[in-house]
Design a protein around this ligand. Structure first.
Ligand SMILES: C[S@@+](CC[C@H](N)C(=O)[O-])C[C@H]1O[C@@H](n2cnc3c(N)ncnc32)[C@H](O)[C@@H]1O
Length: 240
C-alpha cells in the first residue's frame, strides 16, 4: 500500500500540535465526562488526540485505527514513552473500511481523516463505527471544510525551530474531477535560511456538503446533535 503520510509523519507533531490541542480540548469539554467504556480513534495519526483524551478520561480501553506505517511509528513512539497509555491502547494497522469491532466504546473520534474516505464507502464506515459504540455512545468528526474541489494557492501552514534548523510546512491544492488533490511540502532551512531538505507528499480527498454527511450519519442509525464549535471549525456530534 502507498503510504501517503510517509513524508508527513516525521514533521506532523511539530507542525500540527496547536490545532490538534484546541479541537481535543473542545470535544473533551463537551463529552469527556460521559466516557466510561472505551474510546475508538479512527485515523489516529501520531496519537496526539488519543493521548490528550486518555489523559482526561477514566482508564478505559482505547483502540487506535491507523493504516500508515509512518504515522504508526510516531504513535508507537508516543506509547513507548507513556506506559499507562500503552497498557490501554490497542493499535489496529488497517483502514476504517476494514473496521470490524463489537460494541466497546462510548466515544469514537475521527479527526482530520473522514475526507479521505471515498463516498461509496462512507455509509458502510459509519455503520461500522455505530457497531463499535454502546447505545448512547457518541461519534465526533469534523464538519467538512471543503464542499467542492477548488484550486488552493500555496500557503504556509506552520513553521517551527528545531535546534538551528527551521521546519516549514506548506500546502497547495487543485480540483481533480470530484476529488481534491493536495500536495504538502516540508522544507527544512538552516540557520542562514538555506534549504537543507525538501519533501513532498500528495493525496486526494473527497469534498462533501455537511448536510450530506449528516444525512449519511442519520441513515446509519445516528441521531445528529448540535455541533461542537472550536477555534477554527465545528465538530459534528452523532449519537448512537
Ligand atoms: C491528517 S491525519 C489526522 C490524524 C489525527 N486524527 C489528528 O487529528 O491529529 C489523517 C490520518 O488518517 C489516516 N487515514 C487515511 N485514510 C484512512 C482510512 N481509510 N482509514 C483510517 N485512517 C485513514 C492517515 O494515515 C492519517 O494518519
Amino acid at each position: 500500500m502507498v503510504d501517503g503520510y510517509a513524508a508527513a509523519a516525521q514533521y506532523y507533531d511539530l507542525l500540527h500540535t496547536e490545532r490538534s490541542a484546541a479541537r481535543t480540548q473542545a470535544l473533551l469539554a463537551a463529552v469527556g465526562a460521559d466516557v466510561r467504556h472505551g474510546i475508538l480513534d479512527l485515523g489516529a495519526g501520531t496519537g496526539s488526540v488519543l493521548a490528550a483524551l486518555g489523559a482526561q478520561t477514566p482508564d478505559v480501553p482505547i483502540i487506535a485505527v491507523e493504516p500508515s506505517v509512518g504515522m504508526r511509528t510516531a504513535l508507537y513512539a508516543r506509547l513507548a514513552a507513556a506506559p499507562g497509555l500503552r497498557a490501554r491502547t490497542t493499535v489496529l494497522p488497517e483502514t476504517a473500511e476494514r473496521l470490524a469491532l463489537g460494541e466497546f466504546a462510548d466515544l469514537a473520534v475521527c479527526l482530520d481523516t473522514s475526507p479521505a474516505f471515498p463516498p461509496p464507502y462512507r455509509p458502510d464506515i459509519w455503520e461500522r463505527v455505530r457497531n463499535a459504540l454502546v447505545p448512547g455512545g457518541v461519534f465526533l468528526l469534523d464538519e467538512p471544510h471543503l464542499t467542492e474541489p477548488i484550486a488552493q494557492e500555496p500557503r504556509e501552514f506552520g513553521r517551527v525551530a528545531v535546534g538551528t534548523h527551521t521546519v516549514v510546512g506548506s500546502v497547495r491544492g487543485e480540483s481533480a474531477g470530484q476529488r481534491q488533490w493536495w500536495e504538502y511540502r516540508y522544507t527544512v532551512l538552516d540557520g542562514e535560511g538555506e534549504v537543507v531538505s525538501v519533501e513532498e507528499t500528495e493525496f486526494y480527498t473527497w469534498p462533501v456538503m455537511p448536510e450530506e454527511l449528516r444525512a449519511e450519519l442519520a441513515d446509519a442509525g445516528f441521531v445528529v446533535k448540535d455541533d461542537i464549535p472550536y477555534d477554527g471549525g465545528q465538530i459534528i456530534q452523532a449519537r448512537r
